[in-house]
Design a protein around this ligand. Structure first.
Ligand SMILES: [Zn+2]
Length: 471
């Protein structure tokens, strides 16, 4: 393992030393793709990733099923989807690399401009993106960029940086399967699929632009159409654009990146805009896509949990113990464990858990932090939670405490309980505790209950925390 890493390093150093200045620039700043002296890009198979390509495909398939349940995706029979699929089919034969990915293209009936790719093949583009594109080349550019994220495996690379990186597989493969808190739903409650796979670094964006340029060129499209569209979005702004740009942050000088990518390719005549595109564009103008807010409301209604009362969830007073690979915790023996000893877990009464929501219980997970400051990790976590749960706010200050003899922080958050009906809102109290682990990661627990019942459950939650032991 060690040796393999060193070889990789040696190889990339050699590439930098012996390559031209251009190759140096490109191959030294990127890790997943290297430009050969001929100007062609080669996908690096030894880039850091804890998943196998087969796992990318499996995770993407599960995540895609989850996404299709949560957001309004147009049927495959829709002419708009059929058009996007045939456009995608022009591009994917030009996706380089050793793996055969089962690409699939989907159109989301949402107004805001966005597009995303799940590991292993599924690509989603919003109706708003098609409405905003000026010609086929710009839309092809978005698809080529997303295709590159898949080829370069940015999604699972991102997820590999998290501590319980095996989470989706562990959960997806386990008995929990598609049951209530199964698969990504459990994570979704805390973060959403998005922040797990889809928030790319600027380096990843640059790579997707580089490789996307080559795919565009090879497919006969003007590679500049891709960055033209991104630049246009930045310039014009408008609804939904902020989300797109935060998912795909500008690596800077996008135009220069394309110039660099295609500098050695022979000049060629690019495709003109197609009449097909114009026809589809007038069709999407007739569509009434939902706003993201409407989608969120729908999700919330789907995530409603019936009329559960404190009596239904009251802890028995008896505890049982979970021996996790990262910690040991005791929990009420009439509550259930979702997840397993290697994954992030949720411990909750079964009646208090729905497809994408938890009304009572605790979520335990870990994050790897950029810095070794627990305060900073805690703030980052609060920000992520707030991003995934609009309306969530911090109540009071962050307090210091000790958990399992390690430094810890505690903070309360107030949000909306999934027990609330469509016309009434029931406040929820979340108690977030972060604990410093020795390996530069932070274990965190979110204890959840409707505000009205929190005090009654607090002794149980405190007891669980008292008995928590880090490993
Ligand atoms: Zn991107």
């Amino acid at each position: 393992m060690h040796r393999k890493l060193r070889t990789t390093f040696a190889r990339s150093v050699r590439a930098c030393i012996f390559g031209t200045v251009l190759v140096m620039l490109v191959s030294c700043v990127t890790r997943n793709v290297v430009q050969s002296p001929t100007g062609r890009f080669q996908v690096q198979t030894n880039a850091f990733n804890q998943y196998s390509p087969e796992q990318d495909i499996e995770i993407g398939r599960e995540a895609s099923a989850e996404v299709n349940r949560q957001i309004p995706v147009l049927p495959d029979s829709s002419p708009v989807t059929r058009y996007v699929q045939q456009l995608g089919a022009q591009l994917v034969p030009h996706a380089p690399g050793p793996n055969q990915w089962p690409f699939s293209f989907h159109v989301v009936n949402v107004k805001e401009i966005n597009a995303f790719a799940l590991p292993g093949g599924p690509i989603y583009v919003n109706v708003g993106t098609i409405q905003a594109a000026d010609d086929e080349g710009q839309l092809a550019g978005v698809l080529a960029h997303e295709t590159s994220h898949i080829v370069l495996r940015h999604g699972t690379q991102q997820a590999s940086k998290q501590v319980f990186a095996q989470l989706p597989l562990a959960i997806l493969g386990a008995a929990v399967g598609r049951s209530a808190a199964g698969s990504l739903a459990q994570l979704g409650a805390a973060f959403g699929v998005q922040s797990l796979f889809l928030k790319y670094s600027r380096d990843a964006e640059r790579e997707a632009d580089l490789l996307g340029s080559q795919i565009m060129y090879d497919a006969g499209y003007n590679p500049y159409s891709m960055v033209e569209f991104f630049t246009k979005l930045e310039k014009e702004g408008g609804p939904g654009v902020p989300q797109f740009l935060s998912d795909h942050p500008n690596p800077g000088n996008r135009v220069d990146v394309v110039r660099q990518a295609i500098s050695k390719y022979p000049k060629k005549r690019y495709r003109n805009n197609s009449p097909e595109f114009e026809r589809i564009k007038s069709q999407v103008a007739q569509l009434r896509p939902l706003t993201s807010q409407e989608v969120a409301q729908r999700q919330q209604q789907q995530g409603q949990i019936g009329n559960v009362t404190l009596r239904d969830v009251m802890p028995s007073g008896q505890f049982k113990t979970l021996e996790h690979t990262a910690f040991q915790i005791s929990y009420p023996d009439n509550w259930e464990l979702f997840g397993d000893a290697n994954s992030a877990v949720t411990i909750a009464p079964r009646v208090a858990v729905a497809e994408n929501a938890i009304a009572y219980g605790v979520i335990i997970n870990a994050i790897r932090s950029q810095s070794d400051s627990l305060d900073q990790a805690t703030s980052e976590l609060v920000d992520s939670l707030r991003q995934a749960n609009p309306g969530l706010r911090v109540d009071g200050n962050i307090q210091r405490l000790q958990v399992s003899r390690a430094p810890a922080r505690s903070v309360y958050l107030v949000g909306r309980s999934p027990l609330s009906g469509p016309n009434s809102t029931l406040p929820e109290r979340d108690w977030l505790v972060t604990v410093q682990r020795s390996n530069n990661s932070t274990l965190y627990l979110v204890f959840i209950a409707p505000d009205r019942d929190f005090e009654r459950l607090a002794p149980t939650y405190e007891e669980m925390l008292r008995r928590l032991q880090l490993k």
